[in-house]
Design a protein around this ligand. Structure first.
Ligand SMILES: CC(C)(COP(=O)(O)OP(=O)(O)OC[C@H]1O[C@@H](n2cnc3c(N)ncnc32)[C@H](O)[C@@H]1OP(=O)(O)O)[C@@H](O)C(=O)NCCC(=O)NCCS
Length: 165
């Protein structure tokens, strides 16, 4: 598994293909609340955004493929100013519980440190035990709650933060 940084450097044609796959995962995971391909395409050209994809370059027999034929298993997006915000992170349901979410999260934390962000904050649905456990494992702590922040279904958002400096 490899974490590919999509802001700059990635071949434009390959980047388009990976964005298509990210948008597929996004729609499958978040449905009507999906971020959408247009927004992802903007994220890869903004200096303050950092979009990554978790890609598997091996086929069923373990042979290594070119990036062109790789499987995109998940994605993550960080927005970085003085503080960084973890905008989203998702792993295709077929590839969960294999450490991919953790790898994506580590990549975002590394980038926030590189950009000397004071910390990273995020909002997560109160009932999202998988994501909350992943964030806690990485050192995030709960700093507040936004009442009825989410819709369909209505739910509180838990605010979590990781201090970096
Ligand atoms: C949250 C998510 C990204 C985790 O991805 P993943 O690749 O399955 O996570 P990992 O295998 O790296 O697991 C990392 C840690 O997360 C926690 N975790 C992951 N899935 C979990 C689950 N179903 N139940 C409880 N804890 C879970 C565990 O603490 C795990 O560490 P461990 O395996 O050592 O116990 C994935 O479940 C997902 O895409 N969910 C839908 C999208 C989403 O909710 N995104 C967050 C929005 S803020």
């Amino acid at each position: 598994m490899e974490i590919l940084e999509l802001n700059g450097g990635t071949d434009p044609k390959l980047c388009e293909e990976i964005l298509d796959r990210i948008a597929d995962i996004d729609r499958g995971v978040f449905g009507d609340s999906a971020w959408g391909r247009t927004a992802f395409a903007e994220n890869v050209v903004n200096d303050y955004d950092f979009l990554t994809a978790a890609v598997d370059k091996t086929d069923g027999s373990g042979e290594v493929r070119d990036l062109e034929g790789c499987e995109v298993c998940g994605y993550a997006l960080l927005r970085c100013f003085d503080d960084a915000e973890l905008i989203m992170i998702a792993v295709d349901p077929l590839f969960r519980r294999r450490g991919i979410g953790e790898m994506l999260l580590e990549g975002l934390i590394g980038e926030a440190k590189k950009r000397e962000a004071a910390g990273i904050f995020l909002e997560v649905r109160e009932s999202n035990e998988a994501a909350r456990a992943m964030y806690e494992n990485a050192g995030f702590a709960v700093t507040g709650v936004r009442r009825d922040y989410y819709h369909a279904p209505r739910e509180n958002a838990v605010i979590m933060q990781l201090r970096l400096h």
